[in-house]
Ligand binder design. Structure first.
Ligand SMILES: [Zn+2]
Ligand SMILES: [Zn+2]
Length: 188
């Protein structure tokens, strides 16, 4: 795998962030409704930043919408969006070494708003994909009625479903279709 640990971790958490919105969760709930819930998410995904106030949650929700829109873009448009994030947040890459990541980039000043710091680090991780000609690993979920985000780090680029249970639902639907004699369900 040609990707660094910070790139894979950051992109996996970016997909999980998109899929945390009420549009994508299994029961239609908001997975990140509070400062505490957002901080749990950040800790679970190895982010060193934390939310401090309600405004951080609102700003992360707004960035999440933007991330969802740029996720499936063709590479030229994707690169333009990434450049837009760098410009908007006046990103200045800085090599840092903390936690379990080893050396990696931060690109906002200490004390910058949480959503800005997340945005530029996700933009840096997407830049890695683009430079390696691997932007197609950002996909939209193939589940019926799902537009969740998928990051496919599988060797044979076979991942099609998001982390909200769509793969299981597709398997169940295919199984039921076979049981009822109509083999027209989705192929698992
Ligand atoms: Zn860091
Ligand atoms: Zn899905």
């Amino acid at each position: 795998m040609p990707f660094t640990h910070d790139t894979t971790t950051t992109l996996a958490s970016a997909a999980a962030l998109v899929n945390s919105s009420p549009r994508h969760t299994v029961d239609g709930s908001e997975e990140l409704p509070t400062v505490a819930a957002l901080n749990d998410f950040l800790a679970a995904h190895d982010w060193s930043y934390r939310a401090r106030r309600r405004a951080d949650v609102t700003a992360v929700h707004a960035f999440r919408e933007r991330l969802e829109r740029l996720w499936p873009l063709p590479v030229e448009a994707l690169a333009e969006e990434v450049n837009g994030l760098f410009r908007e947040h006046e990103a200045i890459p800085e090599l840092v070494n903390h936690g379990d990541f080893g050396w990696h980039f931060h690109a906002t000043r200490p004390g910058a708003p949480l959503a800005a710091s997340m945005a530029v680090e996700i933009a840096l991780a997407i830049s890695d994909l683009i430079r390696l000609d691997e932007a197609e690993r950002l996909r939209v979920c193939a589940g019926s009625d799902c537009t969740g985000a998928v990051i496919d780090f599988s060797r044979n680029r076979s991942r099609r479903f998001c982390d909200q249970g769509c793969g299981n639902r597709a398997n169940v639907a295919a199984y039921r279709a076979r049981q009822s004699g109509h083999d027209d369900g989705p192929t698992p």
